[in-house]
Each structure stands twice: as C-alpha cells, then as structure tokens.
Design a binder for this molecule. Structure first.
Ligand SMILES: NC(=O)c1ccc[n+]([C@@H]2O[C@H](COP(=O)([O-])OP(=O)(O)OC[C@H]3O[C@@H](n4cnc5c(N)ncnc54)[C@H](OP(=O)(O)O)[C@@H]3O)[C@@H](O)[C@H]2O)c1
Length: 237
C-alpha cells in the first residue's frame, strides 16, 4: 500500500455509544390487556413519567374504568382501538389468550412496534415452571402471527405489585430487551429508561426470548422463599 492509498482509506467511524438512545417522549404507548396488574402497573409508571398511554381491554368500558382509576391522562379503549391509536403496543394478556388476541389484531398491529412481556408459565404443587411454546417463546409466536409488525420482547421481570404501588417512586431494576432490529430495540430500551430507576439492556434476538420469559419461574421461587418482589440487575454494563 502506498502512502496515497492509506491517505484515502476512510477513517473508521467511532463506535456508537450503546446508551445513546432515541427520544421516545412523543410516542403513544398502548397496553393490550391493560386492565390486569402488569398492564395497569406499566401504564401507571409510563404515564407518570410523561408518556401518553392508552389501556386496552376486550371491553372498552373496563379499560375506561381502569384508566380513570390510574389518572395521569391515561385513556381506555377496546384492544383494537388501543392498537390502532398507539405507536408502541405492549402485549400484557395472559399466555392462554396470547395467540388469539394477536391473530385478531393483525391488521391494527401492522407497522407497530409490539413489545411482548408475556411469560408462558405453568403452575403445579411444586410451584411455577416454564412452558415450551411451539414457536420457541411467546415473543416468537407474536412474530410468527404478526409478520407486518416490529416485534420485540421486554418487561418480563417486573413486579406488578411494585409497579402499581404509588408509595414507590423508583423501581431499581434492569429490563432485558430483545428484538431483531436495533432501532426498535433502542426505542424499547429508551421507553424502559423513562421509568425512574429502570434501565433497558439489549439482551439478544428473539430466538433467545425463551430463557428470558422462563426466568420468571425462578423469580417466583425467589419471591416465595424470601417474601420479596425480586427484579434483575445486569452487572458490568
Ligand atoms: N403480573 C406480573 O407481575 C407480571 C410481570 C411480568 C410479566 N407479566 C406477564 O404479563 C401478562 C399479564 O399479566 P397479568 O398478571 O396482568 O395478567 P391477567 O390479569 O391475568 O390478565 C391481564 C388482562 O388480560 C385480559 N385477558 C384475560 N384473559 C384473556 C384472554 N383469554 N384473552 C385476551 N385477554 C385476556 C384481561 O383484561 P380484559 O378482561 O379487560 O380484556 C386481564 O385484565 C402475562 O402474560 C404475564 O406473564 C406479568
């Protein structure tokens, strides 16, 4: 290589700071199944942080009642309207209703950033255990059912009790965020980071969502033994 060649070699762009996340404050967040503890808790925390939030339900009046209880400008609508009006749609229905709910909202969810927080678990006398969805995980089932949506997975390890407790100002925990498209994952990381104490950490592609969803069975064991509402911290990042 001549000195001229080396002079023409373009300088390598500096690596992007992984904590340089987008501003998501103007995005509308919908929560399917937002009348349950997890959905209500997330809606409350995100709205309290200044996000516009719409709770979804199979019945609009149930969503409106939950929204009224929570305040902070939260609105309620049926799941279809919630999906239609939102930029980011969190799926917070039980595993049993997951496939049916998403199949019925395929058109409304086209182009939307979907955030699946569903943990497929079974319970027996030994406690909670991870189910094995045919598609690999709840998140992969969502991606299979919603080919036109941008599916990510996050918010699996949060305690709905802590989320809903108005006495608690800060929730010190990390949120593992999985997905295929970096831009979408970063939006979800930024959304998690809106909640005081919370941090969104990239944790891989959707093919690794099963472990993240399943880990909740371990957290439930922790909670039962220590009478706690355990969360997770990823160290050294
Ligand atoms: N609870 C937690 O601490 C926690 C933490 C992390 C993740 N998660 C995950 O978040 C999801 C929601 O948890 P949750 O405890 O809030 O659940 P949930 O109370 O059992 O259900 C949430 C809402 O989903 C709707 N729903 C119930 N059955 C349905 C069905 N068959 N099809 C469609 N919608 C149905 C109901 O709303 P409407 O009747 O108003 O439609 C219900 O209020 C679960 O998948 C769970 O694994 C929960």
């Amino acid at each position: 290589m001549t000195s001229t060649d080396s002079a023409q070699t373009p300088a390598k762009a500096p690596a992007k700071d992984p904590w340089d996340l987008p501003d998501v404050s103007g995005l509308v967040v919908g929560v399917l199944g937002g009348t349950g503890p997890q959905g209500k808790g997330l809606a409350y925390r995100l709205a309290k942080a200044g996000q516009k939030v719409i709770i979804g339900s199979r019945a609009a009046d149930r969503a409106q009642a939950a929204a009224g209880e929570l305040g902070h400008g939260i609105e309620g609508a049926d799941n279809a309207e919630c999906a239609r009006r939102s930029d980011i749609v969190i799926v917070a229905v039980p595993w049993e209703g997951h496939a049916k709910t998403l199949e019925s909202l395929r058109a409304e969810l086209a182009g939307k950033l979907v955030v699946d927080c569903v943990n497929p678990l079974g319970f027996d006398k030994k406690g909670a255990y991870a189910l094995k969805p045919e598609e690999g995980s709840a998140a992969e089932q969502a991606a299979a059912l919603l080919p036109d949506a941008r599916v990510t997975a996050a918010f699996h390890h949060l305690s709905a009790v802590l989320l809903q407790d108005p006495e608690i100002e800060q929730i010190d925990t990390d949120v593992m965020v999985l997905g295929e498209a970096r831009d979408d994952v970063e939006i979800v990381q930024a959304l998690a980071g809106r909640i005081p104490g919370m941090r969104g950490v990239f944790a891989g592609r959707l093919r690794n969502a099963h472990q993240v969803e399943s880990l909740v069975a371990n957290l439930i064991s922790v909670n039962r033994r220590y009478k706690a509402h355990a969360g997770l911290r990823v160290t050294d990042v």
